[in-house]
Ligand binder design. Structure first.
Ligand code: AMP
Length: 426
C-alpha cells in the first residue's frame, strides 16, 4: 500500500520512518517533508504545504494513496479529515468538530467542566466582556491562554494581577492575532507534567507508551518556553496505579463525552497532564495529534506495525489489536538553531550526520533542507537525536553520543534531558 504523511517536522520523519518499515507498505510520501525524510529508503517528499488541503487531496487521489496520516494540528483543525473522508479517502485523525479540543481552549475548558474531568478552574473572556475585577479576585500566579492555535506560544504565566491584566488586554488587542480574540484565564497548577498519548476510535482506546518532555529551552528547566527540547519514554512517574487513574478519570470520560456530544473521536489524542501532589491527573491541554518531540522516542520503542495500528483505528478494531513495545527506554535530545525560540537563524550547514548514522540510535530531522552544500538548518528545532538503552541513563548516553558528533554554527541543546527520570532511577 501507499501511505501519505502530512507535515514536515521531526514527528513526521518518525511517522514516515516507522510506516516505511511496515511489510505492507510499498512507498511513503511526505508532504512537504524535510531533508531527513527525503533520505529515508522507500520515502519521498512531495512539495505540497501541510495546510494546502485541496492540493493534498488532489495528490492523494492521483497516486492513489491508501492511507493518509496527518501530523500537525493546523490541517486537522482546518477539517482535512472531513474533506478526505467525503472524497472516499482513508485519512487517520479527528474530524474538524472533534479537533476543536485542541483548536479552541475555551471549547476544551467548557468540555472538561461539563464532563467533570480534572483541570484548572478558569474563566473565558473576549474584548467586550473582559473583567479586570475577576482577575484581581484570583490567587496568583495566573495563566493567560489565547483561545486559538498559537504554535505553542499562546500561554503566558503571570506572577502579578497587573501583568495578568496587561497580558490579557494585549492578547485581546491582537498580539496573537485572531487566536487571541478570546482568552482563557486559569488557575496555576503545581505538580509534574506528563504526556499521555492514545490511539482512539470513538470509545475504543489503546494507550501508547508514556513520555515526558522538556518545554523550557535551558538546562534546569530555565529560559523561555519552547515546542519541546527533548523527551523520553517511558515516564517513570506514571506507575500502573496512576496509569489507571489517567485512563479512568481523563481518557475514557473524554472519549465518552466527545461521543455523547456528537463529536466521536478517531486518531491520536494527546493529553498534557499536570500530576498534582495527591496524584490527581489535571488536564493542561489536549492535542488532537501525536506530540513532537514525544513521537520520536515513543516510535523508537514501538515494535508493532504503525500502519496496522492506524488502520485498526480507522476500522474500529482497536479492541482486537495488541501493541508491543521494546522494553528499553528511549530518549531524544532536540538540537535547535541559534536564536530559537525567537527569530532563529537558517541555512547553517550541518556536519557529522554521516558519522552519526554509523552509531546506534537514530537522528530524526525536523527543520532541515538539502542544497548543493549538503544538509542545512531550515527551522527552529532542527534535529532530534534518539538513543535506546536498558536504562534511561544508557539511552541518554547514546543520544548524547549522537549529539556530540553533529555540529553547526550556533547549535543549541540541553545537556540534561531525562534529569527527572534519572533522579527516579537513582
Ligand atoms: P498548554 O499549551 O496549555 O499545555 O501550555 C503550555 C505549557 O504551559 C504547559 O506545558 C505547562 O508547562 C504550562 N501551563 C499551562 N497551563 C498551566 C497551568 N494551569 N498551570 C501551570 N502551568 C501551566
Amino acid at each position: 500500500m501507499k501511505v501519505l504523511i502530512i507535515g514536515g517536522g521531526g514527528r513526521e520523519h518518525a511517522l514516515a520512518w516507522k510506516c516505511a518499515a511496515s511489510p505492507r507498505v510499498e512507498h511513503v510520501y511526505v508532504a512537504p517533508g524535510n531533508a531527513g525524510t527525503a533520505a529515508e529508503p522507500n520515502v519521498s517528499n512531495v512539495a505540497i504545504a501541510a495546510d494546502h488541503i485541496d492540493g493534498l487531496l488532489e495528490f492523494a487521489r492521483d497516486v492513489p494513496i491508501d492511507l493518509t496520516i496527518v501530523g500537525p494540528e493546523g490541517p486537522l483543525v482546518g477539517g482535512i479529515v472531513d474533506r478526505f473522508t467525503a472524497a472516499g479517502m482513508r485519512c487517520f485523525g479527528p474530524s474538524r468538530a472533534a479537533a476543536r479540543l485542541e483548536g479552541s481552549k475555551a471549547f476544551s475548558k467548557d468540555f472538561l467542566r461539563r464532563h467533570r474531568i480534572p483541570s484548572a478552574s478558569y474563566a473565558t473572556f473576549d474584548a467586550s466582556d473582559f473583567d479586570a475585577d475577576y482577575v484581581r479576585s484570583q490567587r496568583l500566579p495566573l495563566v493567560v491562554k489565547a483561545d486559538g492555535l498559537a504554535a505553542g506560544k499562546g500561554v503566558v504565566i503571570c506572577d502579578s494581577h497587573a501583568t495578568t491584566i496587561e497580558t490579557a488586554r494585549a492578547m485581546l488587542g491582537g498580539s496573537f492575532g485572531v487566536a487571541g480574540q478570546r482568552i482563557v484565564i486559569e488557575e496555576f497548577l503545581h505538580g509534574e507534567e506528563v504526556s499521555f498519548i492514545v490511539v482512539a476510535h470513538h470509545q475504543q482506546v489503546i494507550a501508547l507508551a508514556t513520555s515526558q518532555d522538556h518545554k523550557r529551552r535551558d538546562d534546569g528547566d530555565r529560559g523561555p518556553n519552547t515546542g519541546g527540547m527533548g523527551a523520553y519514554s517511558p515516564a517513570p512517574l506514571v506507575t500502573p496505579a496512576l496509569h489507571q487513574r489517567i485512563m479512568n478519570e481523563v481518557i475514557r470520560p473524554t472519549l465518552r463525552g466527545l461521543e455523547t456530544d456528537g463529536n466521536p473521536y478517531t486518531g491520536f489524542l494527546y493529553a498534557g497532564l499536570m500530576i498534582g501532589a495527591d496524584g490527581t491527573p489535571n488536564v493542561l491541554e489536549f492535542n488532537c495529534r501525536f506530540g513532537d518531540p514525544e513521537t520520536q522516542p515513543i516510535l523508537m520503542r514501538l515494535d508493532s506495525d504503525l500502519v496496522e495500528l492506524c488502520e485498526a483505528g480507522l476500522n474500529g478494531t482497536l479492541d482486537r489489536t495488541e501493541v508491543r513495545w521494546d522494553s528499553r527506554a528511549a530518549l531524544g535530545v532536540v538540537m535547535a538553531a541559534a536564536g530559537y525560540p525567537e527569530g532563529y537563524r537558517k541555512a547553517d550547514l550541518i556536519s557529522g550526520l554521516t558519522q552519526a548514522a554509523r552509531l546506534p540510535g537514530k537522528v530524526f530531522h525536523a527543520g532541515t533542507s538539502a542544497n548543493d552544500a549538503g544538509v542545512v538548518t531550515a527551522g527552529g528545532r532542527v534535529l532530534c537525536a534518539v538513543g535506546l538503552g536498558a536504562t534511561v541513563r544508557a539511552a541518554q548516553r547514546h543520544a548524547y553520543d549522537l549529539v556530540d558528533v553533529i555540529h553547526w554554527d550556533g547549535v543549541q541543546y540541553r545537556r540534561d534531558i531525562g534529569a527527572r527520570a534519572l533522579a527516579r532511577e537513582a
